[in-house]
Design a protein around this ligand. Structure first.
Ligand code: NAP
Length: 309
């Protein structure tokens, strides 16, 4: 009987019970194994406590509870020989799409602006644009970026995607490389960041990129705070280059109480909830990964340590 250690910090018992339903022939447990215990080939982790992974005997596969795994690589907690499978599931992708499209559509139709007018009892219709008159640039065309971009296409926005390998999304224009980045963001009304945080993508949203957008653009960050040069973002908001920023992720989380982003009038922030992990969809995916592994099949969504995602 193969063993699965569910080391999630949320509600590990709930997750373990879902695993037992999916994989009844496996032993699933939530307490760290003791020295001399039988081998545990699988661990399910988000942010493991220091030394936890090293303490698990006979580990073969690390199943990440998150799509972003930069913290696992940076911490050095996962030895190089252990494969890491990051979480890709429709619960995450649907959650992120809702959050991104929600912000984009609200901004596109001036909803926050009219809310302010309502408070002043002011009747002041603004010029309203059609989606097809707006350009959206989505950085990252992976599991989350491609789905969000597909929604923008269906809503009629002129959609561009930027990825490392020039990934195609039906109805969108694809870009890659540093030159491609400038071309992708040039004149965009809405910039969406859904990149993984790697050595190459850190600080990618900087004065150059923000300065290339259409005047008064919206920036939506659902990926990581480390992608953004905060000083450049605040300068763009203060200078009017950006009209608004919707931020779910920050360099330091929780966002420190004295961070200027909390009170910036043009910032809408949320506490890293754009695409939370949903136990049911996540466990279904991870159980399928384990089945594939045991059948000796190629694993999807394996982290490439050289690329960092
Ligand atoms: P993914 O499937 O790995 O997709 C990443 C995309 O970024 C791919 O299109 C990839 O290009 C592109 N990319 C990577 N490095 C690049 C580079 N140097 N230049 C240009 N493009 C590059 O990742 P995902 O599942 O969509 O997740 C994206 C990120 O969202 C995660 O890493 C995580 O940080 C964040 N996230 C946030 C939340 C939240 O609640 N806020 C929840 C889940 C995830 P290729 O297609 O060519 O490989």
């Amino acid at each position: 009987m193969k063993r699965i250690f569910v080391a999630s910090r949320g509600d590990p018992e709930h997750m373990a019970s879902l695993f037992r339903t999916q994989l009844p022939e496996h032993e699933v447990f939530t307490q760290a194994p003791q020295r001399g215990d039988a081998p545990v080939p699988y661990i399910v982790v988000g942010r493991p406590a220091p030394g936890l992974i090293a303490s698990v005997p006979g580990l073969e596969l690390v199943l990440s509870l998150n799509a972003g795994i930069e913290h696992l690589l940076a911490s050095g907690e996962v030895p190089d020989h252990l494969p890491i499978v990051r979480l890709v599931d429709d619960g995450l992708a649907d959650g992120m799409s809702d959050w991104v499209l929600g912000h984009a559509l609200a901004w596109h139709r001036n909803l926050a602006f009219y809310k302010d007018l309502q408070a002043k009892r002011e009747w002041s219709p603004q010029p309203e644009k059609l989606a097809r008159e707006r350009i959206v640039a989505v950085l990252g065309a992976g599991a989350l970026g491609a789905q969000a971009a597909g929604h923008f296409v269906r809503f009629g926005f002129q959609t561009r995607v930027w990825s490392r390998s020039c990934r195609q999304v039906e109805g969108a224009k694809s870009f890659a490389g540093r030159d491609g980045l400038q071309a992708a963001v040039a004149g965009a009304d809405i910039l969406v960041n859904l990149l993984p945080l790697t050595a190459e993508t850190a600080n990618v949203v900087n004065a150059n990129v923000l300065g290339a957008l259409a005047p008064g653009a919206l920036f939506i960050n659902g990926a990581r705070g480390g992608h953004v040069v905060d000083g450049d973002l605040i300068a763009a908001l203060d200078g009017g280059g950006l009209s608004s920023a919707a931020l779910d992720v920050f360099r330091t989380e929780p966002l420190p109480a004295d961070d200027p982003l909390w009170s910036h009038p043009r910032v809408l922030l949320s506490p890293h909830v754009a695409a939370p992990t949903h136990a049911r969809t996540a466990v279904a995916e991870m159980a399928e990964t384990i089945r594939r592994y045991e059948r000796g099949e190629k694993l999807p969504h394996l982290v490439d340590r050289a690329l960092g995602y």
